[in-house]
Design a binder for this molecule. Structure first.
Ligand SMILES: [Zn+2]
Length: 313
């Protein structure tokens, strides 16, 4: 079986206002694609067709008002929030980015892939049920998790290693005992959520894990947190599949994050999760791009992450 790779030119259509440069730009993906096109493994990946997601599937996670807001931005220019501009075609990028997760899930269920990665934008983990926020329109990973549940997956583990806390994903699953949300992130930092004592609510109490890390944390601190906290928690939960919010903005060269993780560090973290997944859930892992704003560091990290996915498929 092979690794799935989801990408579409639709993801390039969302652009910040021409006169206002934005970190979350289409150059991020173009640089990754340029690098990947030279990688020996790339031609062997299964590349599903990406279609814009339906409002019906989006409504598994988002409110009608939220979906409508993105839809109504078609042909317009403006700001959803201070950090999240939109232009005429941004809605298409958002609908197709969310659709890429559906395409990977379908390919997994059909037995075409064992694991997969979506090189998508806009990212998703800050988007709440009813709130567009922090470059994120739809919560791509949350939608994939709900879609997996529709197809009989009961226990799903979401690991978020973006340098920012995924407040949106946490909010969506905070009282859900079947979807575990674990995040390792810089703290205190944007969006200021993700402290140790946020552990879930009601039936979901105990299925949220936050591992806040001080600024300047290196590879060793991340590896230790994975060994001591994240991997054991994942093993106790016994998920049927693992989803990764794979942001690479904890990289030492990232202009937004304040961490010191290297490309080799991300390779090691990827390897730790995939080898654990191999024993826990037959290696079923779907990974979604979140942040990562030094475009060369991002492209390096995406390549090493894909190398690990490839070696486990
Ligand atoms: Zn981030």
């Amino acid at each position: 079986m092979s690794t799935g790779f989801a990408y579409s030119d639709d993801f390039l259509q969302h652009n910040a206002h021409p006169r206002v440069p934005h970190f979350e730009s289409s150059n991020r993906l173009l640089t990754c694609m340029d690098r990947l096109s030279k990688a020996a493994f790339f031609p062997y990946f299964y590349k599903p067709e990406i279609r814009p997601i339906s409002a019906e599937i989006l409504s598994l996670v988002h409110t009608e008002y939220h979906i409508q807001k993105v839809q109504d931005s078609a042909g317009q220019k403006g700001y959803f929030d201070g950090d999240t501009p939109f232009t005429e075609e941004s809605w298409l990028s958002a609908f197709s980015a969310a659709g890429s997760g559906i395409a990977l899930v379908d390919a997994l269920i059909e037995g075409k892939i064992k694991n997969g990665f979506s090189l998508l934008r806009p990212p998703g983990h800050h988007a709440e049920r009813d709130r567009i926020m922090g470059f994120c329109m739809f919560n791509n990973i949350a939608i994939a998790a709900r879609y997996l549940q529709l197809h009989g997956f009961k226990k799903i583990f979401i690991l978020d290693w973006d340098v920012h806390h995924g407040n949106g994903t946490q909010e969506i699953f905070y009282s859900d005992p079947d979807i575990f949300y674990a995040s390792i992130h810089q703290y205190p930092f944007y969006p200021m959520t993700g402290s140790y004592d946020e552990i879930g609510y009601g039936l979901g109490k105990g299925t949220t894990l936050n591992v806040p890390m001080p600024v300047d944390s290196h590879n060793a601190a991340y590896i230790k947190a994975f060994e001591k906290k994240i991997i054991p928690t994942m093993e106790r939960f016994e998920p049927e599949i693992i989803l990764i919010s794979a942001g690479f903005d904890a990289h030492k060269r990232d202009p937004l994050g304040g961490m010191k993780v290297t490309t080799l560090g991300f390779e090691k973290l990827s390897e730790m999760v995939l080898s654990s997944a191999y024993h826990l859930c037959e290696g079923k892992v779907l990974s979604f791009l979140e942040g990562g704003y030094d475009i060369d560091a991002l492209a390096e990290c995406v390549e090493v992450h894909l190398t690990i996915l490839d070696s486990f498929s």
